[in-house]
Structures are given as C-alpha cells and as structure tokens.
Ligand binder design. Structure first.
Ligand SMILES: *Cc1c(COP(=O)(O)O)cnc(C)c1O
Length: 475
C-alpha cells in the first residue's frame, strides 16, 4: 500500500473514510475517555502551536532552548495549582502512565539499600501502578479497599508497609470510582515510617484545584498535606490538551533525581532523558503550553464549574432511579454506577441498545461491576437524556430476568486448558470456543461480559490479550 506516493486530497479522503467508523470523541459521555472542552479556539490553538513546533525534537533542549522554557513553565503552572513548595521540581511526560512509572522509578532508585523493593497501593489505584511494578522489578503489594467508601483502607495500607516498601500510592481521585483516599492519614503514616507517598491525581489534578476555588467541598490531597512527596497530573484529560501531555512533580529536586537516565558510554551522542522517551514531540509540549495559556485559570474554573454541575445533576438523578446506585461518594467528576437487585450486564446491553455505550468496569473482590462516566464540560446538556436511558435500561433489564449461565461452564474449563497449553490462548482459538459456547450468536454482549467478569484475573487477562493481539494480527 505504500508502494507509490499519493496526493494530499486522496490520502486525506482515505483517512477520513477510516475515521468515519470511530466514535465521535466529542459531545456526550461515551466509552472512550476523550476530553472535549467544547471550545473551538482550544482546538485551533493546539493545532497551530503543534504546527509551529512540528519539527522540534524535545530531546535536544540545548538546540531548542524554547522547549526547556515551555516544559519548565508548564511544570510551574501545575506546581502552582497543587501548592508545590519552593524547591519542588517536576517533569513533562507523555501521559499519566509515564508520570506514574517515573514516580515509581524515582522512588526505587532513591533506595538502593532495599533489596526486592515493594510498591504498596490499593486495588483502586490505576493499573499504571501494576505496570510500573512489572516494568521496574518492584513487587506490587495490593490492598483491598473499603467496600462502602471505595477508598484505600488506612489500617490495611499500614499493615502492608514493610522495610522493603519504597513507595505508597494514593489516588485523588481514583479512576474507577472517583473517590479521594484518606490522604492526610496515609501520608502522615508514610512520613512517620520514612516511606515516600505519591498522590496519583492524573485525572483529578486539573479538576480539584478549580473546584476548591469555586467553593465546592474538596478533600485534602495536594502538597499542603505533610508527607505527600510526589504528585502526577495529566493535562491531556481535564487540561483539554492533545493526548500525550502530563506532569509529575516532587516535593524536592533531590526526589526527582532517580527519574533521569544518563548515558555517555557509547559511540553516539551523550544521552540525558528526563523520563521514558528520548526523541519526543516538541509539538505536544507547545500545544499543551498554548492551551494552558489560552484557557487560563479563569477559563478552567468555568469549565470545571460546568463539569461539576453536570456531575451533580447526574448523581442526584441516579439517586431517584430504582435499581441503580452510585458507588462511593465521588469527589470530582467521575461517577461509577452499579445495579441493585438487577443483573448488571443485561442492563449494560439495554443501555447499548438505546445508543449509549458507556465504559464497563468488571467486578473486584468486594466491589460490584459498574459503568464509568467521566463527566466533562460539554456533558451538561446530555444529562437528562442519559438519565432517561438509564431508567429505561434498568427496567428492561429487570424485565429480562437474570442471565442464563450453564453453557458457559464448559467454556471456562476449555479456556483454562487452552491457557495452560503451549502457546496459550490465541485469538482464533478464543473465537472458536466462543462460537461453540453460543456466546457470539445474538449480538448480545451480556453473556460475554458476565463470563469475563466471572473469570479469575489471570484467565481474564489471557482472553483480553488474545483479543487485542487479534486486532493487530500476524502479517
Ligand atoms: C488516566 C489515569 C492514569 C493513566 O494515564 P494515561 O494518561 O492513560 O496513561 C493514571 N492514573 C489515574 C488516576 C488515571 O486516571
């Protein structure tokens, strides 16, 4: 397909045709977390700033000194919002995951005395932390959450800390349920035993400061809390910048040091990387800087005000729907909703049939499955329609009754056998098994989701892996 070059119009038409099958990515709440400010000027400035920096490589702040300035100013802007003290230091990263990975690496490398270091976090911490553990050879110590508040359990975290703990992670708020952990207690405990404490505010870090300025009740979470050592804040979520923009901050520059990678002992140029990437887009840094400057604190306050109004309306509306309930007490603009006395997955199907695809979250020990709504500034006008769809979907699911399950039992056995065999679960093998179990017959996803939900995590992960590998099949 790349044998001969093609003119601009033809290429763009082809691209447009491919994109036509995608979700819109703007407007109402949906399954994919896209963040749309609803302001045309925000998109315009991102595109124009990116264009200006199209050829800039952020790897070389000595050749492109403006990149260092932009990066420093963006870090400083975030630092100001999270009350970073004088002497704090931070870095630009490509996203929340990279920010979390870097905080974990910096914590690990600050403790060369610890053999087999451990990372302690609650089950509600983002999967990026499990990834950090997997990538950097840390042992993940995962603690169950409080089944009512959905927040990290202080006593359980305390019990999990050992002499090998190099970092404890708390969330402000958690992605899954949008609740803020008891940060003051956990950070104080970490300070007492001399372990670093990271606040993952990737998604809420650009909502909570503005909500506080608007006089809304916001739990304590930032650098004003003693014992909080590092904080991650994504700009490509509620900062409404293009994807690929986040910041990680540390209370002191010394705490950041372990994040850097330096190598001069090879045949090429001396390499100094502040985070995972080496060559990196100057365009994204410029776009984020420009979007922050353009919207400004007053603009963000307004966007957050609208977001929080929509969230409040949604939560209040759900309280009036029989058979649905919000999990925990959302502190920002993320809401998880589960069913009460009605099978969850048929409800999800009914919602889908009404034209609403909302992100499902599978169950965890002590935590039921839920739908996840990331409310943003453009969602207010859709709340009434969403609430009526939720109401209709839950009564339709109740009318359908519980899911039949028997044919799935043999599926689970066969799947376990396939996972244990050489080569593990493959996309083709998985499809064959699902066809045989009648899981792909009627376009209903409920039996498939229910099945995934009931699988042990390891088997669930094999299925997901096979499915996603299948999306990019061997050549
Ligand atoms: C989104 C998110 C992350 C990971 O961020 P990506 O930008 O998707 O890599 C980490 N932590 C929390 C709390 C998040 O919401």
């Amino acid at each position: 397909m790349f044998a001969g070059g093609r003119p601009i119009d033809e290429v763009l038409a082809e691209l447009g045709a491919l994109h036509a099958g995608d979700e819109p990515g703007r407007g109402r709440p949906g399954v994919a977390n896209t963040f749309d400010s609803g302001l045309a000027s925000v998109e315009e400035i991102a595109v124009r700033a990116f264009e200006l920096y199209l050829h800039v490589n952020g790897l070389y702040p000595t050749s492109f000194p403006s990149v260092a300035t932009l990066e420093h100013q963006v870090v400083a802007a975030v630092g100001e919002m999270v009350h970073a003290p004088p002497g704090a230091a931070g870095s630009w990263t490509s996203g929340g995951t990279e920010s979390c990975l870097m905080a974990a690496k910096a914590a690990r490398d600050a403790r060369p005395d610890v053999e087999r270091p451990q990372l302690v976090f609650a089950r509600s911490a983002h999967a990026a932390w499990a990834k950090a553990a997997a990538y950097f050879g840390l042992e993940p110590v995962v603690v169950d959450i409080d089944p009512v508040t959905m927040t990290a359990d202080v006593a359980a975290i305390e019990r999990a800390i050992t002499e090998r703990t190099v970092l404890v992670v708390v969330s402000a708020p958690s992605y899954g349920h949008g609740v803020v952990d008891p940060i003051r207690s956990i950070a104080a405990m970490c300070a007492r035993v001399g372990v670093r404490c990271h606040v993952d505010a990737c998604i809420g870090g650009w909502v909570l400061p503005f909500a506080e300025q608007l006089g809304l009740p916001v739990p304590e979470w930032d650098f004003r809390v003693p014992g909080v050592d590092s904080i991650s804040v994504d700009l490509h979520k509620y900062g409404y910048t293009p994807k690929g923009c986040s910041v990680v901050l540390y209370r002191t520059a010394a705490m950041r040091r372990g994040q850097y990678f330096v190598a001069s002992d090879w045949t090429g140029y001396p390499v100094v990387n502040s985070a995972m990437q080496s060559s990196k887009s100057g365009g994204l840094i410029a776009a984020a800087w420009a979007v922050l400057r353009h919207i400004g604190a007053d603009g963000y306050r307004e966007l957050v005000g609208r977001t929080m109004d929509a969230t409040r309306e949604l939560i209040d509306g759900i309280a009036g729907i029989d058979g649905l309930r919000v999990l925990g007490r959302p502190a920002a603009s993320l809401v998880a909703v589960t069913t009460d006395g009605v099978d969850f997955f048929p409800f999800l199907d009914e919602l889908e049939r009404l034209g609403w695809s909302i992100q499902p979250q599978l169950s965890q020990p002590g935590v039921p499955p839920s739908i996840h709504l990331t409310m943003t500034a453009t969602h207010g006008p859709y709340v009434t329609d969403l609430l009526s769809a939720l109401r209709v979907a839950v009564s339709a699911a109740r009318a359908r009754g519980p899911l039949p399950t028997p044919e799935q039992l043999s599926f689970v056995d066969e799947l376990a056998a396939m996972a244990a065999a050489d080569g593990g679960v493959s996309a083709d093998g998985l499809t064959e098994l699902m066809l045989k179990a009648g899981l792909l017959d009627n376009g209903r996803m409920a039996p498939v989701h229910a099945l995934l939900d009931g699988l042990p995590a390891g088997l669930r992960e094999s299925v997901l892996l096979a499915f996603f590998e299948g999306l990019n099949p061997p050549l």
